[in-house]
Design a protein around this ligand. Structure first.
Ligand code: UD1
Length: 427
């Protein structure tokens, strides 16, 4: 079997890494001759990076932290309008797919690269028979029911195109069923982003980020055998939250009570950094970390306020998140990661496509109005969270996905052989 997987933007890397690791261990098992059944076929894998995210801090550092192989193909697409970015990925990806002809093409999540590559793969013909790869969508079926989000459009369309839909939570199964996706295509396999988190948790504990930010030992036990200062972590990057000055300002107002009490660490996405400068919001934030990158002298040293840093690598961010007393975010993935870590989370959005993080996990939806944000933060800081980890978020999702891929490709190949035999009998 030949599998191609596609990454493009930051949240893709941790979702693909466990699938590649599962393929590697499948191949190692074959070499070692282990296995109870007849020797399975080795799996060849090709990693394609579209280049949607291209900065060292948004892309390269994640490859090292997650042990991802160097991409076999880099499309070098970069930024652009949604149409230009999607079109450029499609144009370049078609050449790669035509050349490599994988049996399965795996896309993850909901970014522009996900939809662009799914669309190409579902319409391609390798030969005159119309052969094409099976399109597998990992993290299928999530719905915010808010079509103003580009990610929602990407999710709906990718799911309509996919042949195999791997879902992370039960709600996603209902959403897909409601949209007419046959049950035979839907596989509830768990969450590969959580596979990465669990695989990297120990490694993350070696991160020096707490010391770099002056948040190290201070008497508060962090639940990992150490102690840290009490602090919160903030991320904001959704266009709906940061692309308008009044909305962005309103969110910062919602953080003001907590910012008087606690250090709030704010690793800012490039989009967000640009908007802060454009809207003249620098006076609301502490920029010392940005001015002296990595220098301990510049750390906020526990001072209250919102402290901006560059976007962080995966392990640093994971360690910072694990030790925080609160996370405030508009990201999708962080809602899931905080749920798995048992860290209280306030989501600065009107909706979530990940309802299990609210019903089972540690997440509260605060909306984007300052009063709602203040109230949700107060509630989270004062409550003792008693959350559970959602079903199948156990670190084994990628192995389950690989089992399905193996089975489906074997089934498709034997159906093809039978069809050829039937045709030759007629001749
Ligand atoms: C993309 C995804 C979003 C995901 C987010 C995580 C889509 C529609 N959106 O949004 O779902 O949550 O990634 O980060 O696919 N930029 C840089 N350096 C980079 C990448 C981007 O400076 O490495 C700048 C671009 O120039 C652009 C802005 O950041 O101005 C936005 O980048 P873009 O990839 O268009 O969307 P994101 O907001 O990152």
């Amino acid at each position: 079997m030949k599998v191609m997987s596609v990454v493009g933007a930051r949240p893709n890397f941790m979702k693909v890494a466990p699938i590649i690791a599962a393929i590697q261990s499948h191949n190692e098992r074959i070499v070692r001759g282990k296995g109870d059944r007849p020797a399975p076929e080795p799996i060849s894998h090709i990693l394609v990076h579209t280049g949607q995210h291209y900065d060292q801090r948004m892309s390269d550092s994640f490859f090292a932290d997650l042990n991802l192989p160097i991409p076999d193909v880099h499309l070098g697409v970069g930024s652009g309008s949604h149409a230009a970015q999607t079109a450029e990925i499609m144009r370049k990806f078609e050449e790669v797919l035509t050349r490599e002809k994988p049996d399965v093409m795996v896309v993850v999540g909901d970014v522009n690269s996900t939809l662009a590559c799914a669309l190409v793969a579902s319409k391609i013909s390798y030969d005159l028979s119309g052969a094409r790869p099976l399109v597998a969508h990992v993290e299928a079926g999530l719905r915010s029911f808010d079509r103003s989000m580009p990610e929602e459009i990407n999710r709906i369309l990718t799911d309509q195109l996919a042949d195999l839909l791997f879902v992370t939570e039960e709600d996603a199964v209902h959403n897909l069923t409601r949209e007419g996706v046959p049950a035979s295509k839907i596989h509830f396999t768990g969450n590969t982003m959580i596979d990465s988190l669990l695989a990297c948790k120990e490694k993350a504990a070696a991160s020096r980020i707490l010391h770099r930010l002056g948040l190290g030992a201070n008497g508060n036990h962090n639940g990992f055998g150490g102690s840290t200062m009490r602090y919160a972590l903030l991320t904001l990057h959704r266009p709906a939250n940061v692309d308008r000055r009044d909305t962005f300002l309103n969110i910062l107002d919602g953080l003001d009570e907590a910012a008087k009490e606690l250090p709030i660490i704010f690793p800012a996405h490039p989009r967000t950094q640009k908007r802060i400068a454009e809207f003249g919001l620098e006076h609301r934030l502490d920029w010392r970390q940005m001015q002296h990158k990595g220098g301990a002298v510049s750390s906020p040293n526990g001072a209250a306020g919102v402290h901006v840093t560059e976007p962080l690598g995966y392990l640093d961010f994971l360690w910072l998140m694990s030790n925080a007393c609160l996370v405030v975010t508009d990201s999708g993935g962080i809602q899931e990661e905080t749920t798995c870590l048992g860290v209280p989370c306030v989501t600065v959005r009107e909706n979530t496509e990940r309802p299990v993080t609210v019903t089972v996990g540690t997440n509260i939806l605060a909306g984007v109005h300052k009063d709602g944000i203040r109230a949700a933060i107060r509630r989270q800081l004062n409550s003792k969270t008693s959350a559970a980890v959602p079903e199948l978020w156990d670190g084994n999702s990628a192995a389950r996905i690989l089992d399905v891929l193996n089975r489906e490709v074997r089934g498709r190949n034997s159906a093809l052989v039978e069809a050829v035999v039937a045709t030759s009998n007629i001749v």
